[in-house]
Design a protein around this ligand. Structure first.
Ligand SMILES: [Zn+2]
Length: 66
């Protein structure tokens, strides 16, 4: 379960409700309700399935500022 990090939204979504993609600063989904960017991290489980976990803020991929 994901939760929109926009504090005036905080909508909750199942992974199936959102589209996870990489816009160049790491994996994220846009909240279907408010459009806020929510970053996630990808984990590959031992059984081959892919799991996404929401992370706070953004991945530290570089010095790029928003
Ligand atoms: Zn939202």
């Amino acid at each position: 379960m994901f939760k929109c990090r926009n504090q005036s939204c905080e909508a909750q979504w199942e992974q199936a409700d959102v589209v996870i993609k990489n816009e160049g600063q790491g994996l994220l989904f846009r909240c279907p309700m408010c459009g806020a960017r929510n970053y996630v991290e990808r984990f590959d489980a031992d059984d081959g399935s892919v799991v996404y976990e929401q992370i706070d803020g953004r991945p530290s991929l570089g010095p790029m500022a928003e």
